[in-house]
Design a binder for this molecule. Structure first.
Ligand code: F6P
Length: 319
């Protein structure tokens, strides 16, 4: 293999640039050329592809977002779209591809592999919703961004003796809510994996009030429902006023943490190593601090492991 490509797809995540840099430099270090594909699968179809040199990925390891841009591409989901993409890869002489993104992006990688084009995936999403990897790229940074925001909210919550409901990202996976809730001592954590009814939340608020607690933090993952709705229900049931903060896309931005920079670097280098070893259809993962690879097709049939013990611990500590 003499030439490979790299693209980012789906929602951006801090640490993607570190992974791009690693793919480019690990490739050049091993004597191959690396091409950047811009705007995800869309750029693969339109041929928005450019050779990347060592200096093109300088000064990016510390930057959030992705220098290759990202997009969600409907056309690539069609057979015609994928056929054009393969033609473009051939035209540029690219023989292997690294896809950095979430499970939707990996589906595209699997399709390319099935069409005979070797593809390796790197799990890049703040949601931490990919199976068989302890962490996805961007989760740690997003978690720290959330904690920083909650700490600030806590200052005003304490001063005004108010209850806050904070909505964080995570449609199908509550890891951002769970980990930030534990790290920040939230009274209630609402996640898609566990149904907790409004009565339980209200009871906890009342119990807290009885023992003199006059401010509360409730964290809700967006997949559970809107924070405004929960605020309305608490008002109806307990006649308690709350304030709502939806953190939104601020969670996706920012300079990656040291952990995400290192994870991106390790995963990017491993992806190149695998492609050069003739591997395909694999996703890089981190397990017990080892960088390993799993079959993507296998992964797509599994669900990310819910950390029950962490959930129980958060409950135990928020009595
Ligand atoms: O997949 C990452 C994610 O940040 C989700 O947590 C969130 O629901 C979604 O992306 C938002 O996507 P968009 O930026 O396209 O609205």
């Amino acid at each position: 293999m003499k030439r490979i490509g790299v693209l980012t797809s789906g929602g951006d995540a801090p640490g993607m640039n570190a992974a791009i840099r690693a793919v480019v430099r690990a490739g050049i270090y091993r004597g191959i050329e690396v091409y950047g594909i811009y705007h995800g699968y869309k750029g693969l179809i339109t041929g928005n592809i450019k050779k990347l040199e060592v200096s093109d990925v300088g000064d990016i390891v510390q930057r959030g977002g992705t220098i290759l841009y990202t997009a969600r591409c409907e056309e690539f989901k069609t057979e015609e779209g994928r056929a054009i993409a393969i033609e473009q890869l051939k035209k540029f002489g690219i023989e292997g591809l690294v896809v950095i993104g979430g499970d939707g992006s990996f589906m595209g990688g699997v399709k390319l592999t099935q069409l005979g084009f070797p593809t390796i995936g790197i799990p890049g999403t703040i949601d931490n919703d990919i199976p068989e990897t302890d962490f996805t790229l961007g989760f740690d940074t997003a978690l720290n961004t959330i904690i920083d925001a909650i700490d600030k909210i806590r200052d005003t919550a304490t001063s005004h003796e108010r209850r806050f409901i904070i909505e964080v990202m995570g449609r199908g996976c509550g890891d951002l809510a769970l980990w930030s809730g534990l790290a920040d001592g939230a009274e209630s954590i609402l996640i898609p994996e566990k149904t907790e009814d409004i009565d339980q939340i209200c009871d906890r608020l009342s119990r807290g009030l009885e023992r003199g607690k006059r401010h509360n933090i409730i964290i809700v993952a967006e997949g559970v429902g809107s924070a405004d709705e929960i605020a309305k229900k608490i008002k109806e049931k307990n006649n308690m006023d709350t304030r709502v903060t939806v953190l939104g896309h601020v969670q996706r931005g920012g300079s990656p943490s040291a952990f995400d920079r290192i994870l991106g670097s390790r995963m990017g280098s491993k992806a190149v190593e695998l492609l050069l070893a003739g591997e395909k259809g694999k996703m890089i993962a981190i397990q017990n601090n080892h960088i390993v690879a799993h079959d993507i097709l296998d992964l797509l049939t599994k669900k990310h492991d819910f950390n029950e013990s962490l959930f129980q611990l958060a409950k135990e500590l928020s009595i």
